[in-house]
Design a protein around this ligand. Sequence first.
Ligand code: 5GP
Length: 206
Amino acid sequence: MAEATTRPSGHLFIVSAPSGAGKSTLCGAARERFPNLRYSISATARPPRPGEVHGKDYFFVSEEEFKKGIEEGRWAEWAVVHGNYYGTPAEFIRNTLSDGHDILLDIDVQGAEQLMDRFPDSISIFIMPPSQEILRDRLEKRGTDDPAVIRRRMENAWKEMALKDRYRHIIVNDNLSRAVNQFIDIIDHHRRSQHDPAMGKGGGSP
Ligand code: 5GP
C-alpha cells in the first residue's frame, strides 16, 4: 500500500492489560479496522489452550528453545509472565518497521518497558478493567484456566496496574464499545499524524 511504502519507519503500538481486561477484543477490533496494521505474533513456552493455533496465536516453543532464543538475541524483548516465557521475535519487528509498516503488540508490562526504552517513539496503551470483581468474573467465565492460574493472574493484575502511568494512553474498559472507539481513535490519530505535517510528527493524545 502507498502509505506503507512512503513512510521511512512504521509506528509501534504497544498494548498491555491484565488478562481479562478485554485486550484481545480491543486488539481484534483494531486489526479489523486497520487490516494493514501488522500484528506481532509472540513466541511462548506455555502450552497452547484449546483452539489456539501455532503461528497464528503464538509460536509455541519448548522452554529449551525459548532459552536458546534468549542467548541468540532472537527476542526484541522477553519476560516471564504468569510463570511462562513470552517473547517478541526481533527479526519481525526489525523487518516490519524498516518496511514502513505499523505494528500492534500485545505484551505484558515488563516487555512493554523494554520496548519503550528501545523505541522511545512507540505508542503505549494500557487497558484497565473496570473493577477487581469484573476482572475475576471475566477470568472465571472464560473457563480456560484452572483456579490456581486465575488466582495468579489476579495477583499479577494488581502489580501490572500499578505501572499503568508509564504508558502514553490509558483506557478504562467499563463500556466495550466506548473502549473500542477510544482504542481505534488513538491508533488512527498516531497513524495519520505521520502523514499530515499540520498535525506534527509522533502526535500527542487525540
Ligand atoms: P496469555 O497467556 O493469556 O495469552 O498471555 C499472558 C500475558 O502474556 C498477557 O499479558 C500478554 O500480553 C503477555 N504476552 C504475550 N506475548 C508476549 C510477549 O511476546 N512478550 C511479553 N513480555 N509478554 C507477552
